[in-house]
Design a protein around this ligand. Structure first.
Ligand code: ISL
Length: 541
């Protein structure tokens, strides 16, 4: 069989919201350690941790002030070593988030750079302004301009994200070497790879004015440039190839062609990427511009990407996206089960986000005061400029704010959902009284137990792990796919709607979200079924 990262499913932990061990309202590493038996019981093999490095927390840890230390709110370096060790004892691997497009402005490199201290003068992208205006017209991912003026240095610096996230200058070899030392530090400590944050933005071709009409002005000069490919090849050659590890790139606005290049084993860049296209099934390119969800749109994109690449990452959720069951379904446990079935039977490495295995839903925000996310807050002026009033802006937040995914993990029906004994940094979703891991443990029909059943089936199926993908049929609200290995095949049919669906079904139903079933070519609302077919041509394998 191929490498372990093609066989196993990945579970993403958002440490701030996973489990708090010390009552400060913030999830931490000892909390994660305490949940290792739960994580093991899910059947996943790899745990990806969103950033736990030292950080002022302007962007919840994606603004790093020390790459080689753990933030005290999450614990210590020795807690991290213990997590890696204890996970390994259970056969679980740890993957870290690698955020190297930018650091925090609190990072010592930036502090020295702004004071022009050697050798850090050119660690960041500094430029003089044009009169009173910034060096160019680029805009930030989080709304507003992409430049900030630094009084100490008397120059502007580029920040594609928040003001506190200055972009590193990859034209400086010392930056490349420093970042390589960071990778080496963690790989040598026993982590098994990296999820590489906005990794296709590292190289800025030029700092010319961008085409002014785009949503992200300037992006033509920094998304997926040849210089970025060269950097990735170098990281692979110099560091990653020395370890048994994998990388998954978060690649903003990536096309199938670009993704193929980025993941081509002969080029030696990344092992897989997160594509974003299927996240547009309910919006126009950016989540702040909503449109009605259409299952067809989701299916079309998923199938296109299944066909486009020999292997890739597959996901429906992460810490930047609303909950899939609320966006793409009706919020019901049945819809959650149906979605998980498709997720775990597509070809590729599946990524599941904490709480997705419970069918957690979008947050029941009461007002803007419940929102913590810097992106959401920064977007308000931009949305106002588009002519939206406060009520409309809040409606968009409820739908698209990243905080939808960031509410605490719902462990129990008790106070704060069992996440903390203190006051959580962000409110707990009110539906935890019924929707929680403890309640689902005891319910054989729960989303959680369906997830476990699916994972066990997937882990035991070479066809699902390795088989080729083929679309059999996709209709307005159902999809039927096939996975084939040699002359054996598995068919998966998913009814993506709250109405019954009639469709041809062939084979032996081995698993259905609706319990044991006889084959009658009808799927109940949100029913998903896995069918095994006898080997073709009468030949046994
Ligand atoms: O969240 C987004 C869309 O709603 C994206 O624009 C997101 O900001 C982009 O995909 C980059 O995300 C990553 O880098 C950011 C960080 O805030 C995100 O949490 C991270 O996943 C900056 O480090």
């Amino acid at each position: 069989m191929e490498t372990w990262w093609k066989e196993q499913a990945v579970y993403q932990i958002y440490p701030m919201s996973f489990c708090d061990s010390n009552g400060d309202g913030m999830g931490d590493i000892p909390g994660i350690i305490s949940k290792l038996p739960y994580l093991k019981s899910l059947g996943v093999g790899i745990l990806w941790l969103s950033p736990v490095y030292r950080s002022p927390g302007e962007d919840n840890g994606y603004d790093i002030s020390d790459y080689c230390d753990i933030d005290p709110k999450f614990g210590t370096l020795s807690d991290m070593d213990e997590l890696i060790q204890k996970a390994r004892e259970l056969g679980l691997r740890i993957v870290m988030d690698l955020v190297i497009n930018h650091t925090s402005s609190a990072h010592a490199w930036f502090q020295k750079s702004r004071r022009r201290e050697a050798p850090y003068e050119d660690f960041y992208i500094w430029r003089d302004g044009k009169g009173k205006r910034p060096p160019n017209n680029w805009t930030s991912f989080f709304g507003g301009g992409a430049w900030a003026f630094d009084e100490v240095r008397g120059q502007y610096y580029l920040h594609l994200f928040a003001k506190g996230q200055p972009d590193l200058n990859y034209r400086n070899p010392a930056v490349i070497e420093a970042v390589e030392r960071v990778m080496d530090f963690w790989l040598a400590r026993g982590v098994s790879g990296f999820r590489c944050d906005v990794i296709n933005l590292l190289w800025k071709d030029s700092l010319k004015n961008g085409f002014p009409k785009g949503a992200l002005v300037g992006s033509e000069y920094y998304i997926g440039r040849p210089g970025c490919h060269a950097l990735l090849q170098r990281f692979r050659r110099e560091v990653l190839s020395r370890y048994d590890c994998f990388t998954v790139g978060e690649t903003v606005l990536v096309s199938p062609k670009k993704a193929r290049a980025l993941t081509d084993p002969d080029r030696g860049e990344l092992d897989m990427v997160f594509s974003f296209e299927h996240m547009d099934a309910d919006c126009f390119l950016v989540k702040w511009l909503p449109r009605k969800f259409k299952a067809q749109r989701l299916f079309r994109s998923l199938v296109k990407w299944q066909k486009a690449l020999p292997w890739n990452a597959v996901y429906f959720e992460n810490h930047d996206q609303g909950r899939s069951v609320s966006r793409f379904g009706d919020g019901s446990p049945a819809a959650a089960k149906a979605m998980l079935t498709l997720l775990l039977t597509l070809r590729g490495t599946p990524f599941v986000y904490q709480g997705e295995e419970l069918g957690m839903t979008n947050f029941d925000f009461a007002g803007m005061e419940d929102i913590r996310d810097v992106e959401s807050k920064n977007m308000v002026p931009t949305l106002k400029k588009l002519g939206l009033n406060d009520k409309q802006i809040f409606a968009r937040m409820k739908r698209a704010s990243r905080d939808n995914a960031r509410t605490p993990m719902q462990w129990t029906a008790g106070p704060q959902a069992g996440f903390t004994e203190g006051t959580p940094w962000i409110k707990v979703n009110g539906n935890h009284v019924t929707l929680n891991a403890q309640a689902e443990e005891g319910d054989p029909d729960s989303v959680l137990n369906w997830f476990r059943t699916l994972m066990a089936y997937r882990n035991g199926s070479e066809i699902l792990k390795q088989g080729r993908f083929r679309l059999i049929s996709r209709e307005k609200s159902w999809i039927k796919i096939e996975r084939r290995l040699g002359n054996e095949r598995v068919t998966v049919a998913v009814n993506w709607s709250s109405k019954e669906a009639k469709l041809p079904l062939v084979g032996r139903p081995v698993l259905s979200t609706h319990g044991t079933r006889v084959l009658d070519c009808r799927l109940q609302p949100w029913e998903a079924v896995i069918l095994e077919e006898p080997p073709q041509n009468g030949s046994e394998k």
